[in-house]
Design a protein around this ligand. Structure first.
Ligand code: GLV
Ligand code: MN
Ligand code: MN
Length: 444
């Protein structure tokens, strides 16, 4: 008997999973499903870009719903376009342990960021359903529709809706084609008014929003998106906390003009923006946190015209919100001084603010028990800070969360070269199953 089947027996399983289920929930099937979802993209040549409230979103929700039903779950799409599935516990209507991650992607994405977590969760529910375990709580899988914020520039829209922290002002956000989030919901067949304010309250608990009393917690499996598991030679780790992130849209305005203009007469917005980029890198590096300028647009973007305006993004992350906020204040002041010395103006809009989130000790302990069972190692698993953002940081507003990290090659993510091995996916699925079973045993 393996440690995972022992965990299943302890949780009340009285038989082994059938060969069909072992096949359907094994690493190769999970990876084949990741490949299948990768085909739903708006980019050509095998590149992946799949964003919120699009035909591709609809298609992957339908596929995921089919897999959820095959795993024994009842399914529905919530008012925010999150695909949900539920396996009832020993009596209908019990609070649920949520399992999940996201199905949307960045542009030129890999095929595992978010997706692997959803498919692992479905596979584990499938196994637990087949084993006929007497569950003291329901299990729900949520495939979030928007984690990355690629389309509307505001991350975690799906998980914020679930957590009841969806701000109705976001309905006026627009995508690159000027389509509002409100119109995108309508075009997707969802009622934007189900996400509009029902009261005067600034934050709306819409119909997608869950109540804390209906939840047991939230577990998410995700590729590490960092090099530390690979460096340590470990397939799996536990997340201690998720770094807080703030994002800003910065506009530097100068004066466009002929490229024959002498230097002392110029107000070149791009030269100023370039200094801002290196200022940001230097300041963040010196303070021991991370910052990325990943988007830059130059106007009018012509070879013989001095740039009159530059729009740039800033994504700033730290384990501690106060460190992050202090560094932002420093960057903001230095940026303003630098622009004024060059005769430029700078304006800033904050587009995202997510505080750092600590994983709950009891759920962390369950994930650690799952890893120990699956790896047959008594050693304490590696504890990692997640510098990447995750749906869990929004879900933490409504229930306790914890995360299982899976080694990925070279720590590469948000890139087509994202890679995981079947062996790591196999041990991750066993660990995720054993983590849930340890919560079942504790609650039974
Ligand atoms: C999402 O992957 C993020 O960390 O921005
Ligand atoms: Mn991502
Ligand atoms: Mn992700």
């Amino acid at each position: 008997m393996t440690a995972v089947t022992a965990a299943a027996a302890a949780a009340g399983a009285n038989h082994d999973a059938s060969p069909a289920v072992i096949d359907r929930t094994g690493a190769l099937s999970i990876l084949a499903r990741c490949d299948e979802l990768a085909a739903y993209s708006t980019l050509p040549n095998g590149l992946i870009r799949r964003v919120y409230l699009t035909d591709e979103h609809r298609a992957v929700n339908a596929l995921a719903a089919g897999w959820m039903r095959e795993a024994g779950m009842t399914t529905w799409q919530d008012p925010a376009g999150n695909q949900c599935g539920r396996l009832e516990g020993r009596t209908p209507g019990l609070p649920a342990l949520l399992l999940g991650s996201h199905l949307d992607t960045v542009p030129s994405a890999g095929r595992y960021d978010g997706i692997l977590g959803v498919l692992t969760a479905i596979a584990v529910v499938d196994r637990i359903n087949t084993l006929g375990i007497d569950l003291p709580f329901a299990l729900e899988v949520v495939a979030f529709g928007d984690e990355e914020g690629t389309r509307f520039g505001r991350a975690l829209l799906g998980s914020r809706a679930l957590a009841g922290t969806f701000d109705p002002a976001w309905l006026d956000l627009t995508d690159d084609d000027g389509i509002t989030l409100r119109d995108a919901y309508s075009a997707f067949g969802l009622d934007p008014d189900a996400l509009a304010p029902a009261t005067d309250s600034a934050l709306f608990r819409g119909a997608a929003a869950r109540r804390p009393e209906d939840l047991v917690g939230y577990l998410e499996a995700h590729i590490e998106q960092g090099p530390y598991l690979e460096e340590a030679g470990q397939p799996l780790g536990i997340v201690s906390s998720i770094a807080g992130a703030r994002r800003f849209a910065i506009t530097v305005t100068g004066v466009a003009g002929h490229s024959g203009t002498p230097f002392d007469r110029r107000h070149d917005a791009l030269a100023g923006a370039a200094e801002i980029v290196t200022l940001i890198e230097r300041t963040a590096r010196d303070a021991g946190l991370i910052a990325t300028v990943g988007h830059l647009e130059v106007f009018p973007n012509a070879v013989n015209v001095i740039p009159g305006r530059v729009d740039l993004s800033l994504d700033l992350r730290a384990a501690s919100d106060s460190d992050r906020d202090r560094v932002w204040t420093e960057i903001d002041a230095a940026m303003t001084a630098l622009c004024s010395a060059r005769g430029l103006t700078v304006s800033v809009t904050q587009t995202h603010n997510a505080p750092a989130v600590a994983c709950a000790p009891h759920l962390r302990a369950a994930v650690a028990a799952g890893i120990r069972a699956a790896t047959a190692s008594p050693a304490e698993p590696l504890l990692l800070l997640s510098r990447a953002g995750h749906d869990g940081m929004a879900v933490a507003d409504v229930t306790d969360i914890a995360m299982l990290f899976i080694r990925c090659r070279g720590g590469v993510s948000h890139h087509p070269d994202e890679h995981v091995t079947p062996a790591d996916v196999a041990v991750a699925t066993d660990a995720f199953e054993a983590a849930i079973l340890s919560l079942v045993t504790a609650a039974s």
